[in-house]
Design a protein around this ligand. Structure first.
Ligand SMILES: Cc1cc2nc3c(=O)[nH]c(=O)nc-3n(C[C@H](O)[C@H](O)[C@H](O)COP(=O)(O)O)c2cc1C
Length: 362
């Protein structure tokens, strides 16, 4: 399988399967002399780690990261950075049922149609175990970007239940098992998802990512637009079915007057009075907050039997047991933020490569 890499100058390649001995990534192009140790990466991985609440899969993976190369005496050397996480809690017997039967809504059938062979244990390469390495790479990207660029993400909708944006409080995100920025919505989601989980069912969700302190000028027209690269990066996350930048699909219902982000000069600085654009115009960052959202579908592995087929072409009903996330949107929150970090690090280096200028120093 090719195409396991993304990014141009900050280039990330991931490898590994759900039930293999380990998963890993190689980051090529990270600039030298950047402070980096396992302690810079592990806290981000801990946010995505499974088994932390009853609302995520009960697979117990410590997701302890090891740096194998590219770092010397606590700083990057400019050579490829290789990161490794050992899988420790594989339970292949849970997946015997799906060796011959395709789970409707999962990648089982598509992998077999394409490759004629599939590691069915835990979904193999199509498992979201892979997203742990995106989070690890994102932590390295954050080191490249520096403290001036702040990337945060939150869950804003679970099934049909949306947060009240008027109550948005970033400080609440770390205080509940959902990365929810609205404390009053937490008990609503708790009751709702508790029932979904007990029924062996699943629901979708919407994740929002906001990057502040992004300097103007990142993004390269025409085919390297910041928003198109971001859309690709977010869309490549497992189970993502839609991506929006700024007002996204809601912009279609606005008039030009409503959608315009008015500009003024204040004390010699360009100031915008609104941010419908989500921080990008013409594929280039404006200096406003970069805002993206993505929708994830409900987990396909559910207990309710659904019509499907076997590898041998027999009609069957498939009901999936084993350990699954009732709402994959929860653990997708740190993954989305990591992808934003990787895209921004790549564009920062690309901007510097083309213009010879570090926009953070403006
Ligand atoms: C963080 C995260 C956790 C996931 N956990 C599960 C899971 O427990 N069970 C499952 O069937 N799918 C899970 N998924 C979704 C599958 O990985 C995904 O649906 C599958 O790869 C098929 O790809 P597609 O949905 O993008 O078409 C998860 C996705 C993410 C982002």
């Amino acid at each position: 399988m090719s195409d396991n890499s993304f990014g141009h100058l900050f280039r990330v390649t991931t490898w590994g399967e759900s039930h293999g001995p380990a998963i890993g990534c190689v980051i090529d192009g990270c600039p030298p002399r950047i402070a980096l140790s396992e302690a810079d990466i592990q806290p981000w991985l801990d946010q995505r780690r499974p088994g932390q609440s009853k609302f995520t899969t009960q697979r117990q993976e410590p997701d302890s990261v090891e740096i194998l190369s590219g770092v010397f005496e606590g700083r990057t050397t400019g050579t490829p950075i290789s990161l490794l996480i050992r899988n420790v809690d594989q339970r292949s017997r849970d997946y015997g049922d799906i060796a011959e039967r395709y789970r409707p809504g999962h990648a089982d059938v598509a992998y077999d149609l394409k490759y004629g062979i599939r590691d069915y244990r835990g979904g193999g390469r199509s498992s979201a175990r892979e997203t742990a390495m995106r989070v690890a790479a994102g932590a390295v990207a954050r080191q490249v970007l520096g403290a001036g660029i702040r990337i945060r993400a939150a869950l804003v909708q679970v099934g049909t239940h949306r947060i009240d944006r008027g109550r948005w409080n970033w400080d609440s995100v770390g205080d509940n098992p959902f990365f929810c920025p609205d404390p009053e919505t937490v008990p609503v989601w708790e009751a709702y998802l508790g029932a979904v989980r007990k029924a062996g069912s699943s629901v979708g969700a919407v994740v929002e990512i906001v990057a502040e302190g992004v300097p103007p000028g990142l993004g390269a027209p025409i085919y390297g637009k910041l928003d198109s690269d971001l859309a690709m990066a977010l869309m490549s996350i497992n189970a993502v079915k839609g991506v929006e930048i700024g007002d996204g699909f809601a912009a279609a219902a606005l008039t030009g007057e409503e959608n315009a982000d008015p500009m003024r000069m204040e004390d010699g600085r360009l100031v915008f009075a609104a941010n419908h654009a989500g921080g990008v115009l013409g594929g280039i960052s404006t200096g406003q907050a970069l805002v993206a959202r993505f929708a994830v579908k409900p987990t396909s592995s559910i207990l309710t039997p659904v019509a499907s087929v076997t590898r041998g072409g027999e009609n069957v009903e498939v009901s999936t047991r084993g350990r699954h996330d009732p709402c994959v949107g929860i653990r997708a929150v740190p993954v989305g933020a990591a992808m934003m970090a990787c895209v921004l690090a790549d564009h920062l280096l690309r901007h510097r490569g083309q213009t010879g200028h570090d926009p953070r120093l403006a």
